[in-house]
Design a protein around this ligand. Structure first.
Ligand code: AMP
Length: 225
């Protein structure tokens, strides 16, 4: 049966970086809603134009288009063994839609590592963040610097700072997170799927905690108790 892991946590906590590492270790597909929107913006699609108008303000893209985009993505063959979901779901409506689509695929959300950190840490992490133009690999000038400043270690492409990592927009993204996404913590906790991870640790420690949380998952019954 496919494994579905939802990485939950505020903007800047390191979900994206950890999702890439986990996907490699577990041989699962990494599906990031933010990356999918950025890809659409780069390709100048209609969805990209719509998404950009929300992303630039740090607001959420409407549920219906976001759900349709994720549904299409996780239906593809590379997701058959399972998926690490990064940035989705972000609202209760998206969480319900995810449950329904995974039930259709014969699966369910197996574990929800919830990575937390103080607002101070989040602002520091986002403001020093650099992403690669080609594939979205993420660096931090202090905590995870590239070997050569401004150049991606993996594919050699240029590194840039995301527009929505500007200070004012970050503050709004964090506010939106508390208002719209935080209810999901309670939702997954009640289902017995939530595992809290301290995101203020080093990258390596967070990865180790994440892998340990997944070992616990294997022994749990799949349906909520
Ligand atoms: P991220 O890369 O996850 O920080 O996402 C960047 C931006 O993309 C967010 O601030 C939202 O504007 C948009 N976005 C990403 N995922 C979602 C989602 N699940 N629902 C709505 N908007 C999203």
């Amino acid at each position: 049966m496919a494994t579905y892991i939802v990485l939950l946590g505020p903007p800047g906590v390191g979900k994206g970086t950890q999702a890439v590492l986990l996907a490699q270790t577990l041989q699962l597909a990494h599906v990031s809603s933010g990356d999918l929107f950025r890809e659409n913006i780069k390709n100048q699609t209609e969805l990209g134009k719509l998404a950009k108008s929300y992303m630039d303000k740090g607001e959420l893209v409407p549920d219906d288009v976001t759900i349709a985009m994720i549904r299409e993505r996780i239906s593809r063959p590379d997701c058959q063994a399972g998926v690490i979901l990064d940035g989705f779901p972000r609202t209760p409506k998206q969480a319900d839609a995810l449950d329904a689509m995974l039930a259709e695929f014969g699966g369910q959300v197996n574990v929800v590592p919830y990575i937390t950190a103080s607002e101070e840490v989040l602002v520091e992490r986002t403001s020093g963040r650099w992403s690669c133009r080609a594939q979205g690999h993420v660096y931090h000038e202090k905590f995870n610097p590239p070997k050569q400043a401004g150049v991606c270690d993996v594919d050699g492409s240029e590194l840039y700072q995301r527009d929505d990592d500007k200070k004012e927009t970050v503050a709004n993204r964090i506010r939106v997170y508390f208002e719209q996404t935080l209810p999901l913590v309670g939702y997954y906790r009640e289902l017995g799927r939530l595992v809290e991870i301290n995101g203020a640790q080093t990258m390596e420690q967070v990865t180790a905690d994440l892998l340990a949380s997944l070992k616990k998952l294997d022994k749990r019954p799949l349906s909520p108790s």
